[in-house]
Design a binder for this molecule. Structure first.
Ligand SMILES: [Zn+2]
Length: 1033
């Protein structure tokens, strides 16, 4: 195939700004040296006590008191008390799954409109054909809900596969498009004015040398069952994914051609809304192995009845292929996305706590799996067979119980570890470092007090906020106050530690000037209880901005800051979290000193990967030390130019921390976003000093772990900390044949320390089916989880491979998965058509969004730091976050139903969906836009902004005024809904149609051709169709 069929004009004639707002030359505070390098504060170096005497009172040890929401074993035996949480007799699938399978929206009747190989003579003809298909209409029409889970319940009957069928001419018969011009109409935005030359967009990328050989090229080795594992370069799989080759001016002048009917291609919105309609608001009980949960975008109430809630674990498919050969044939990655600390809504039961006292958790003697519903009791209850390794184990006498006539223990429903998918164990000293109960964690606040942060008011803002925020440190629900200790450090080229011991009248500062080998100058009085030291701490926070008010120090260190925090935690024998507030590239002479190595010339070369790798080894070594000492690093960055996120953010990523970035931070406009992030982060429930282990039943095993994690060996996932937003994506491979009867069982065990210093083990179990039928595998796929997997594996791969190779592999694998389906599961009559399994209907559109994400498509306009930032965020994301990130929510708000509380249904992310008279809200979890059409009604403008007309609206505002009218209130409510449960606070950007900032907004219209050189959805679909046809020819 030829890539030229997919290049088209950027639809904009304006020049565009970089998306991050970097590089603006007007910054008044350029990075550099200011004045005397000597610090103006010369607090004498105090005598340093290296005493190892532990300070502070240690935490209460021993078994934790029963929590308000947690049920110890004893509580549990009192019988089912709390409605809804006691598992009931398994009555079969919940009602929502039983309401008839009805999914023939794409019935075979609709296929033969374009029988085999009507050779398309032009892309216009393609457009005609697509238009005439009329499949997959969006809207409340008669279309039955597709992909209904009920269908998955009927065992072993291979029903006719549900699928999306589209008639497209077979790939190889599509003639290579003419070199320029004439195909552009396919991608051009008809609503736009004629193309002019684009200002800031660089010229065309040199033609791909592989281009010529591609049309009609036989499938290369990449097409054969070899797994796309980002291994060595895949010679022969040179797919020319269009996104990599943005069109140049030569293509701009093509005649506008017939507009495609977007309703003719599968719609993510329809898929999302159908699932909401079918399963939203209902109870989903996890009582069946291999059951496919509602989509991550559907709100429902989840009831744990033996398998972990989809809030904790989602899988790429809920039915594994029986054999390795089948798995290779489908190329569907077998993966689970595990979010061990996911938030559960108040109407769902929190995890039960199981306490076996000094005995500790019951585990299989051979594989060490924890007691769970997959253990089979035998011999009258005296022994049990492990569901993972089949080993027969004795039941400890204290745990013995008789079996009922079904062979089930009579206390089955009284013990979480026998009947639930998820629960926690109290860990014994064997699970603690040095067999000592851990101390409660500590939070250390480390503030960059260099010139710019003082002058911008940031330091004062942070200090003022901490005064109230420290009252909100996380605590156990039954506790009155938090057990977490706090400490304070400021820094520029040197480090300042503060003694805030409660007995002091004034805080004391100790300066560490030797940053080459950081030591902690004080132990006693550094990490304190906030309640006890409140007055000294308040005093300190009042003083810090004044203390450095006259600073002229602009150079900063960075690695020694992390080192200092980590050493302090280590000395105090505590796990904990650093909150680092940092602004600039650390150029001061110290370990981890960085150069500005940003180089746009590396874009689209084999060396582009270097931009994502850290400078030197310092930060990786530091990350390893931090993980080993349970030190999680949270980084709040306030850059106004390149700060090398790939280097400074590395420790954050490896330690389970969160990176926040506020480009060109302005106190007025950006404070709310930053403070909201800080508050949420501070209050987060999380686990510290964690190790995760994933066990599987025989025949397969976990082979790859993707996330903000650190691996010391091939099995243990080390996390300095893990919070509610972080997810680890685990890939599995066969090492033997699976068993259809026993299924594929997965147990994730996470050992961690709670916010109060208790050591616990959190267990999540899930059972999947296995089948020798490929159709079963496809029917239980989850595209949202697939995209999460592909995104993380691709974003990991770009560290070691050229981006083009990574993109090619993604395209290749997509085509392969779909080709395998077509070949094995679809009717032979569909030979010329694009056939998509129902569960993968929107895989192409989501995959295209991933392929053209700024991480995978380098353009000079996109700051390198922004790409590294996105890469790092995605590596830690769960399924809900990746879904929203790659396919943003676009909500029409000009036609709100003011009586309803609901968020309006989204529309597809395409310019087609906008209207001059409309107003739209767009959110992707990181950014939020309010787009206003040029002729939006004055009433709406008045209601929202309290100004008389479009022209009066200021786009400088980052929030909407609080107005006392139903419309304004409704919109505020929607904004809150969009923001809830999102790890990052989205700053609102107001965009007026046809004004410059609209460029920023348009890149989120992901179904359209991207201004940064990604294909439109339609083009990508045609590309994939051709790939599939080639694979099958
Ligand atoms: Zn075992």
């Amino acid at each position: 195939m030829s890539q030229q069929g997919y290049v088209a004009a950027p639809p904009y004639s304006q020049s565009q700004p970089g998306i991050g707002g970097f590089g603006s030359p007007n910054s008044s505070l350029h990075y550099g040296h200011y004045g005397d390098p000597n610090s103006s504060y010369s607090a004498p170096q105090p005598g340093v006590s290296k005493s190892t005497v532990p300070f502070g009172s240690s935490a209460p040890v021993g078994p934790p008191p029963p929590g308000a929401h947690q049920f110890s074993q004893t509580n549990f035996q009192n019988g089912p008390g709390t409605p809804g949480q006691q598992p009931h007799r398994f009555q079969g699938p919940p009602p929502p799954s039983n309401t008839g399978a009805s999914y023939p929206p794409y019935s075979p009747q609709s296929q033969p409109a374009f029988p085999n190989a009507a050779p398309a003579s032009s892309t216009a003809q393609l457009a005609d054909q697509l238009n005439s298909m009329q499949i997959n209409n969006y809207g409340p029409g008669p279309t039955p809900s597709p992909g209904h889970p009920a269908s998955f319940q009927s065992p072993r009957l291979p029903p006719p596969p549900t699928q999306q069928q589209m008639v497209l001419p077979p790939g190889p018969q599509v003639p290579p498009p003419p070199p320029t011009g004439s195909v552009n109409g396919l991608c051009a935005q008809p609503a736009l004015p004629p193309m002019a030359r684009q200002g800031g967009i660089p010229g065309p990328v040199p033609p791909n040398p592989n281009l010529q050989q591609l049309p009609g090229q036989p499938p290369g080795p990449g097409y054969h069952p070899q797994q796309a594992n980002y291994g060595p370069q895949m010679a022969g799989s040179q797919l020319s994914y269009p996104g990599a080759f943005p069109g140049g001016p030569a293509q701009l002048s093509g005649p506008q051609q017939k507009k495609l009917d977007p309703n003719s291609i599968p719609s993510p919105i329809q898929v999302i809304e159908s699932d909401k309609a079918a399963r939203g608001g209902q109870v989903y009980a996890t009582n069946t192995r291999g059951q496919v949960p509602p989509l991550v975008t559907t709100d429902c109430i989840i009831q744990d009845q033996g398998h972990a809630s989809p809030r904790y674990i989602r899988c790429t498919t809920y039915c594994f292929p029986l054999t390795s050969d089948m798995a290779k044939q489908t190329r569907i990655p077998l993966a689970a996305v595990i979010q061990p600390f996911a938030n559960v809504p108040p109407n769902e039961t929190p995890l039960y706590l199981v306490n076996h006292g000094e005995t500790g958790p019951i585990r299989c003697n051979r594989c060490k799996a924890y007691m769970c519903p997959f253990m089979q009791f035998i011999e009258g209850g005296r022994r049990y067979q492990c569901g993972f390794c089949n080993c027969i184990n004795d039941v400890p006498s204290f745990f013995f119980q008789h079996l009922d006539h079904m062979g089930r223990r009579i206390d089955h429903y009284e013990r979480p570890e026998l009947s639930l998918g998820s629960y926690e164990y109290v860990a014994t000293l064997d699970y603690c470092r040095d067999k000592k109960p851990p101390n409660p964690p500590a939070y250390i606040f480390m503030i960059d007090v260099s010139y710019r942060n003082i002058k911008s008011g940031l330091v004062k803002l942070i200090c003022d906020e901490l005064k109230t925020l420290l009252d909100k440190l996380p605590r156990e629900e039954q506790e009155e106050s938090s057990a977490i200790r706090v400490g304070f450090v400021t820094y520029n080229k040197v480090l300042h530690f503060f003694n805030v011991k409660s007995s002091l009248a004034q805080p004391q500062m100790m300066v560490v000037t030797d940053v080459s080998e950081v030591f902690v100058p004080l132990l006693d009085g550094f990490l304190v209880d906030f309640e006890e030291s409140r007055s000294v701490i308040t005093n300190l926070l009042d003083q810090i901005p004044e203390l450095f008010a006259d600073t002229n120090e602009s150079e900063t260190i960075f690695a020694p800051v992390i080192q200092a925090g980590m050493e302090a935690l280590k000395a105090a024998e505590r796990a904990g979290k650093l909150f680092i507030f940092h602004s600039s590239l650390p150029t001061a002479e110290a370990p981890g000193k960085l150069k500005n190595r940003d180089d746009k010339k590396l874009l689209n070369t084999d060396k582009e990967k270097m931009l994502f790798q850290p400078q030197g080894n310092c930060y990786e070594a530091l990350a390893r030390d931090c993980v080993a000492n349970g030190c999680c690093v949270n980084l709040f960055l306030f850059p106004n130019q390149y700060v090398d996120v790939a280097s400074v953010g590395l420790v954050t990523m490896y330690t389970g921390g969160t990176l926040y970035k506020y480009n060109n931070f302005q106190l007025d406009g950006d404070s709310p976003q930053f403070l909201s992030d800080l508050r949420r982060d501070m209050e987060k429930k999380m686990g510290f000093d964690a190790t995760m282990r994933v066990r599987t039943s025989t025949g397969f095993r976990a082979t790859e772990f993707l996330g903000a994690i650190y691996m010391n060996n091939t099995t243990d996932v080390e996390m300095a900390a893990v919070d509610c937003d972080k997810a680890v994506t685990v890939e599995f491979k066969h090492d033997d044949k699976l068993n259809e009867d026993t299924g594929a069982l997965i147990q994730c065990a996470l050992l961690y320390t709670t916010v109060s210093g208790q050591r616990r083990i959190r267990i999540h179990n899930i059972g999947l089916n296995c089948s020798a039928q490929l159709a079963d595998v496809y029917r239980t796929c989850e595209t949202d989880a697939l995209i999460n997997f592909f995104a993380k594996s691709a974003f990991k791969a770009i560290l070691s491979q050229p981006l083009k190779t990574v993109r090619d592999i993604l395209v290749n694998q997509t085509a392969h998965m779909l080709a395998c389906y077509k070949k094995n599961c679809a009717s032979p009559a569909t030979v010329s058509q694009l056939i998509l399994p129902d569960t993968m209907k929107v895989l192409p559109v989501y995959m295209n969004c991933l392929l053209k994400s700024c991480v995978l498509v380098g353009r000079a306009e996109i700051p390198t730091d922004e790409r590294a930032f996105h890469r790092q965020l995605v590596m830690a994301m769960g399924v809900a976050d990746t879904q929203l990130f790659f396919y943003p929510r676009l909500l029409p708000i000009h036609s709100l139903d003011l009586k309803s509380d609901a968020v309006p249904a989204a529309v597809r992310c395409s310019e087609e969906r906008l209207s001059e008279g409309g107003a739209f809200l767009l959110a992707n979890g990181l950014s939020m836009f309010l787009w206003l059409g040029a002729s939006v009604s004055p009433e709406l403008i008045q209601g929202l902004f309290n100004v008389p007309s479009f022209a009066h609206i200021s786009t400088d505002a980052t929030s909407l005024p609080d107005l006392d009218n139903p419309f304004s209130k409704k919109l505020k409510h929607i904004l809150e809904q969009l923001q809830s449960q999102k790890p990052h606070t989205m700053k609102l950007i107001i965009v007026k149609q046809r004004e410059q900032p609209e460029m920023l907004f348009r890149q989120f219209l992901v179904e359209d051709k991207s201004i940064y050189g990604g294909a439109s959805y339609v083009d990508f679909l045609i590309c994939i169709h051709k790939e599939i046809s080639q694979l099958l020819s």
